[in-house]
Design a protein around this ligand. Sequence first.
Ligand code: HEM
Length: 361
Amino acid sequence: MSTFRFARCFATRARAPRTSAFAFSSLTPVSTVSVSLRNRIFPSVSRNYTAQTSEKKGGSSAILWIGAGLIAAGAGYYYFANPELGAKNIVPTNKEPDYQKIYDQIADVLEDNDWDDGSWGPVFVRLAWHAAGTYDKNTKTGGSNGATMRFSPESDHGANAGLKAAREKLESIKKKNPEISYSDLWSLAAGGPKIPWIPGRKDDEAAACTPDGRLPDASKGSSHLRDIFYRMGFDDREIVVLAGAHALGRCHPDRSGFDGPWTSSPTMFTNGFYQELLGKKWVEKKWKGPKQFVDKETGELMMLPADLSLIQDKAFKPHVEKYAKDEELFFKDFAAVFHKLEELGVPRTGDEKVYYFKTKD
Ligand code: HEM
């Protein structure tokens, strides 16, 4: 049994050997897998995110990628939803990639004791989002197509700090599957079993790099968020839905300059971001770093100024309240809006095959 480096600010937990190759395979001892996963996954049971008090509860024992929570919200798995349709001639090789196989290979590299809270999942989600979030609906530039973050200057944009490691981590998958484009690979790496996914993104050249400043600035508030996300084609509700991804992962002083996780279970996809936002008292962190907020009680969780603007803004706040109360609704809406994000800038005919992946367990 190895030590689970859970989080800098949370208790160290014992980690059991993997029982499954999929992203959210349990890290708890095998005997407790079914119970803990059920409790964590099914909203109607006791899985829902529990905002932590100073008396810490277990936090996450499951590694996730974004669909892990979503899988729980509904019924069974769907696999190759439209097997009769083919994604024809959209990948520039003769070989049709086996996306389920690639999906499984990504699942196999997610868990890693030497990375953050034990999972590459959150940073893969951030990579896919930063690739897609450059989209400009007016000029139809940027977006999930292209994978231009491989090139300077986009790779050097401040917002993309720290994503080189995620891109490099996915290189081993690309090497094994040269037929998948980088842009499909990055998008697939954020995926989950309940998020519909369509292949066919094509990589572009360095000349297609988007200008700096298209991704949100965390130190700014709601009007900035609207400028950025309206440009991509999202509305207020969708902005709030997408921000719920901050249930996952953490900020790093050597990447964004900010520090800390938003929730006490940063490798699990939950509605915890909204619950923490509403449930805790947030005070400005006293430090030399950029302005951010920490929870008054423990100082261990954080919020960005942009996050807090979601409850300071009258139009955003009702959505935060709605998703804090109803995790199932959040999962359902998130799957749709994240799919929309992943489709930005990708030319489609409308008859592409839609994939829903099955997990290994
Ligand atoms: C609403 C505007 C947003 C702002 C201002 C923002 C800002 C940030 C910042 C500053 C970080 C910390 C990066 C680091 O230091 O490693 C971060 C991390 C993250 N963001 Fe966002 N973000 C936004 C929206 C989103 C969206 C739409 C998604 C996905 C749908 C997302 C997913 C993530 C994830 C998963 C992480 C954690 C990465 C890790 O643990 O390495 N964010 N975000």
